[in-house]
Design a protein around this ligand. Structure first.
Ligand code: FES
Ligand SMILES: [Fe+2]
Length: 439
């Protein structure tokens, strides 16, 4: 293998220039940076607020707390979902206190003002005691934009941001084959963490950490260069294709036996690992063929819409600024961090896993172990460091968060020094500089 073959590979169609802005520690530790993000960044992007499975019936409500903000998604009589700020127009009290609920009308717990599901005020105490007349029918909850994609509901605070489908591009088109619409969110976990939200964003914007932080992935995900393909889109989103069902080319797995667990995965699709001794890199193509042949009879109705790449590979979609959708053939992971309400050195990490509804399948293997194939089979919030898992691989990513945050606080840290394969990290910060600092 010559030296050139270990250089990063960026899609010629989807590459973007970077300027080389310094990435210094202030953006991870300063309250000023945090305040500027709250003013200039977070209102300008779409936020994933929940899933339609929690909004099936009229009056179903999902509350999404984001930093100091709180938004409620409300299922309407006509089947649509609308989003409102979770704040009473009377004197500002928060209206909905639980994460999910179902109500015939929204009633404020302070003076009892009552709002219809469409946000219209319908009942107040002493309606004649207002100088301008009875406010009912004239006062409304403050509304935000709300749109859906697949099983997901998004909200946005700003009217100038493009419509959701446009903002998400190219992912709705690129992910269409998976048929996410009816996938089931089985895992819904989150944790309070002691690091800035961007620490994990940086981590998801590179694969440089795989050999050191996730060494056990090496036998079935190929993180080698130039096999891994990076894409950067004009929108600011980016992606990474990693070959799955294939061992890393960083080491010589190809000429030996098919390594574990790839051998078991191959066997499950009727591919005999012994037949691939000395050419283990060909297992991937054999599994594509087996999935094409056996997928439908095993209940994977989506396979015939998927590309060969989608049938075996890992497609990491990193949406600017804080949402990652990691697709593997039978699992969609949502991974994101959201800022703490007041402390720049803390964040909330969220991890959802969705699975296709395969007839007859009652259980799925998730990053925290086997779980029943049903909505929110495991839902919990924890404090990172208390030993409660947020998912096997995610635990490993989070394990560096606190120590990196501590190291960034050192006077000796002068700014990041990035290899080519971390160009997506560089671009992420330059886009932030443009939006947050207005540079
Ligand atoms: S603050 Fe809501 S009714 Fe008074
Ligand atoms: Fe990772």
């Amino acid at each position: 293998m010559n030296a050139e073959s270990k250089v990063s590979r960026y899609s010629p169609d989807f590459d973007q220039p970077v300027r080389g802005d310094a990435i210094t520690a202030d953006r991870y530790i300063s309250k000023d940076w945090m305040d500027l993000e709250i003013r200039n960044l977070w209102p300008k992007v779409w936020h994933l607020g929940g899933v339609l499975a929690d909004l099936e019936d009229e009056g179903d409500i999902v509350r999404h707390n984001f930093a100091k903000e709180s938004v409620i998604l409300v299922k309407q009589e006509d089947g649509s979902v609308r989003a409102f700020y979770n704040s009473c127009p009377h004197r500002g009290n928060r209206l909905i206190l639980g994460e999910t609920t179902s109500v015939p009308a929204i009633t404020c717990g302070y003076h009892g003002w009552k709002y219809d599901l469409d946000g219209t005020l319908i009942q107040v105490q002493d309606p004649d005691d207002f100088e301008s007349g009875n406010p009912c029918g004239r006062v409304h909850l403050s509304e935000l934009r709300c749109e859906t994609w697949g099983p997901f509901v998004f909200w946005c605070m700003d009217d100038d941001v493009p419509p959701l489908a446009e903002w998400l591009a190219p992912f709705p088109e690129r992910l269409a084959g998976y048929g996410l619409e009816n996938w089931v969110r089985v895992l819904n976990v989150s944790a309070d963490c002691e690091f800035n939200w961007k620490i994990i964003r940086d981590n998801f914007n590179e694969s440089y950490h795989l050999p050191t932080i996730h060494p056990e992935l090496a036998t079935f995900i190929n993180d080698g260069l130039p096999d891994t393909l990076f894409e950067m889109y004009p929108s600011g989103h980016n992606a990474m294709w990693m070959k799955g069902h294939q061992a890393t080319t960083r080491k010589d797995y190809a000429s030996g036996e098919v390594p574990t667990p790839l051998d078991a995965i191959a066997q499950a699709w009727g591919v005999d690992p012994a037949a691939y001794k000395g050419r283990t890199d060909e297992v991937r193509a054999a599994i594509v063929e087996a999935k094409r042949r056996l997928g439908a009879e095993r209940g994977y109705a989506n396979y015939d819409q998927m590309t060969d790449q989608q049938l075996v590979d890992y497609f990491h979609c990193t949406l600017f600024p804080n949402l990652t959708i990691t697709m593997s053939p039978e699992q969609c992971q949502i991974l994101r961090t959201e800022p703490h309400p007041t402390d720049p050195e803390k964040c909330v990490f969220q991890h959802w896993c969705l699975y296709p509804p395969v007839p007859g399948m009652t259980e799925v293997e998730t990053p925290v172990g086997p779980l029943p194939l049903r909505h929110d089979a495991l839902k919990r919030h924890s404090v990172y460091g208390d030993g409660v898992s947020v998912g096997y691989v995610a635990d490993q990513d989070l394990s560096i968060g606190t120590s990196q945050q501590q190291g960034l606080n050192s006077r000796g840290f002068k700014g990041c020094l990035l290899p080519l394969q971390e160009k997506r990290v560089q671009r992420f910060h330059e886009l932030l500089n443009d939006m947050v600092l207005g540079q």
